[in-house]
Each structure stands twice: as C-alpha cells, then as structure tokens.
Design a protein around this ligand. Structure first.
Ligand code: SAM
Ligand code: SF4
Length: 348
C-alpha cells in the first residue's frame, strides 16, 4: 500500500500551509467532485450509448492515489467531496477510499457524500454511514419498473428500491435526482414528488445537458424546467426558498407535500456565477468546468514526485484557468453534443 495514504497534510509543511483556491473571478473553490470510475452497470439513454468504450484500466489512478489527491485538495480548502462516476459503487474496493476520506471529516473536510444509481446501495449503506457519510443523492427518473428498464437499459428497479430502503434504515438522508425528459417522465413528476416527500426525501429535477455521443437525439429529450415548473404550479403551491446544499440547485418548498423540490437548470438559467466546484476524473484529469474542455493533468504531477507541494502547485495553476462559465448549447443543425466527453467521465 502507498505509504502516503492519510498522511499528506502532516507530511508536507508546504501542503499544511497551502493557500486557498480563489479563481480569477474571485470565487473560492471549496467543493470537489471525484469521478472514481467511468464504468457503470446501467446505460441510461441520455448519459451513455449502449455500446460504450471505457477508459483502459491501466490509465486509472489507484484508490491510494485518488486519496492522496483528495487530501491535497482538502489542504487547499476543499470542504465538501462528492464521489461520483460512472457508478461509484461499482469501482472495486471503493469503500477503502470512502473510509480514508471519512477520516478527514472534522479535520478539514466538512462533508463526504456520493451520487449513485442505487443498484449497489443495499450492500454498502451501513458501511457508508459508518465511514461518516450522512447524505447521498440517488438518481431515479421514474417510478414505473418498465419505464425504468427502458431509460436505464440494464437497471433493475426493485434493486434500487431495496437500496433506498437500506440507506434510509442505515440513517442516510437521501435526495432523489431525476433528469427531466420530454414525453418520458414529464407527467410523472407530481407522483415522484409525492413519493419522495412522503418518504422524507428531497427531489431535484435536472435539465439534460449535451455531453457525449449517445444513441438518441438530444433535442427530442430536452425539457426546459421553466415549462415543467409551470406545469407543476397548476397542481402545487411552490414557494422559492434560500435553501442551499453547496450544489447548483435552486429550491422551492411545496406546500401540499411539505417537502423541498430543487431545479438544476444549466440550459435555461446559467448557474455559473456562484460556482465553487472543480471535477477530478479517475485518471487524475482536473476539469475546472463541467461544460468546457480545458483540463489539467494532475496524474503526471502526482506520479513525478512525493512532494505534495508540487501537486498543490499544479492545482494552483489549474485554478488560474477556471473559466467564467459553460457554453452549453445544443447544436440543433448537426445534433452534436456541446462537450464531447460523457457525463460519466467528469461525474454529474
Ligand atoms: N451513476 C451515478 C448516478 O447515476 O447517480 C453517478 C453518475 S451520473 C453521471 C450523475 C448524474 O448525472 C445522474 O443524476 C444522472 O442522471 C445525471 N446525468 C447523466 N447524464 C446527464 C446529461 N447528459 N444531462 C444531465 N444529467 C445527466
Ligand atoms: Fe450510469 Fe449514472 Fe450514467 Fe445512468 S446516469 S448510465 S447510472 S453513470
């Protein structure tokens, strides 16, 4: 095992004194999303093609290396880490990383969380809680098992429900994430609201983003959330509230179901002005923006030296390149995605 695990902040005085990350627009970077694998046991139609080519395993950082990088980010002011993917819980031995990062909660890190499709949640829920995870996001686009199979291609609805049950039993707070898809789940969102709020979960709806080649036409799937909100307001009383979770969602309180509903609207309402996030992939590439192609190679810096000060210097250089915002547009003429990499590479 790598002797650096868990010792980074104390091993290198340079890192212990690392300066916080402030981007050229004065935004402090305090939130790191880590895509621990680009692989997945589902093939959601808006996310992946059925026949995906994944990164060669030899290009992946080890979990020890990922931990080392995450610790460098914590030393540089990251307070919240979200593990994502691909499906984070299909990465072999992922609980090792969860446990190591969990040890940093309360000493630098304030929150460790993950976004999952729920397929493996039943067997990991208790251990996640034991490692210090308290809140997770579970992606669920429909409550209909047949439609669930259709949208995920390979997913099993019953297993995800088992996962949700187990997570709640273990004490994890869940937020459901649903991608809003025209003609697919538009009419179902009221039922999903009742289901989520009835079980004490928040629900967030997300606009589809044009990332990566898929087998379908994205313009057919795209549903502006302004339209969905207008639909919902015919049945429910929605009141804007200032609630924040560190992510880009804007929340409303739903009077009738007494719960929170979040809107993530990258397409209709740019959420970039308050962006506090950067994204690390499983190969050690740092994307300073989900919707731009510019990236920094942290793997070379990591493997070139045991000096975490140099890794921090590479991070600092990357932060100077954080752009003001994304340029997501759907290229309707050529039906080309705005960003060629899939969401599963950078993490949602
Ligand atoms: N596999 C895990 C899951 O599904 O929760 C984590 C990774 S997944 C890429 C993270 C989130 O991104 C999910 O909520 C998924 O629905 C969403 N997502 C994937 N592709 C998307 C796209 N093109 N536009 C908007 N959201 C997308
Ligand atoms: Fe897998 Fe998540 Fe993408 Fe669905 S959205 S294919 S579960 S990575």
């Amino acid at each position: 095992m790598n002797s650096n695990v868990g010792t980074i902040a104390s091993a290198s005085p340079l890192v212990a004194d690392a300066a916080p990350m402030i981007d050229p627009f004065g935004r402090a970077v305090t939130y790191l999303r880590v895509s621990v694998t680009d692989r997945c046991d589902f093939r959601c139609t808006y996310c992946m093609a059925e026949n995906m080519t994944f990164l060669p395993k030899k290009d992946l950082l080890t979990l020890e290396e990922l931990n080392r990088l995450c610790c460098a980010f914590i030393a540089k002011g990251v307070r919240k880490i979200r593990l994502t993917g691909g499906e984070p819980l299909v990465r072999k031995n992922i609980m090792f990383l969860v446990r190591e990062l969990g040890k940093r909660i309360g000493s630098g890190l304030e929150e460790l969380t993950l976004t999952t499709n729920g397929s493996q949640l039943a067997r990991h829920a208790e251990e996640l809680y034991d490692c210090g995870v308290r809140r997770i996001n579970v992606s669920l686009d429909t409550l209909d098992p047949d439609k669930f199979r259709k949208i995920t291609r390979w997913g099993d609805f019953a297993k995800v429900m088992e996962g949700i049950d187990a997570a709640q039993k273990a004490g994890l707070k869940i937020k459901l994430n649903a991608v809003a898809l025209k003609d697919f789940n538009q009419a179902e969102i009221p039922d999903m609201l009742r289901f989520a709020h009835g079980r004490g979960m928040d629900l967030t709806v997300i606009e589809t983003m044009p990332m990566g080649e898929i087998d379908e036409d994205r313009t057919d799937q795209y549903l502006p959330l302004s339209e969905l909100r207008a639909d919902l307001e015919r049945q429910f009383t929605l009141t804007d509230i200032g609630y924040k979770t560190g992510g880009p969602a804007r929340y409303v309180e739903v009077t009738e179901t007494a719960g929170r509903l979040g809107f993530i609207t990258p397409m209709t309402h740019n959420f970039c002005e308050s962006c506090n996030r950067v994204r690390l992939t499983c190969t050690g590439t740092l994307y300073m923006c989900l919707g731009q192609n510019d990236a920094a190679d942290l793997r070379s810096a990591l493997r070139a030296t045991d000096d975490d000060g140099l890794v921090c210097a590479a991070i600092d250089e990357a932060i100077t390149r954080k752009p003001k915002g994304h340029d997501f547009i759907i290229d309707r003429t050529h039906n080309r995605p705005a960003v060629s990499r899939h969401m599963s590479v950078t993490g949602g």
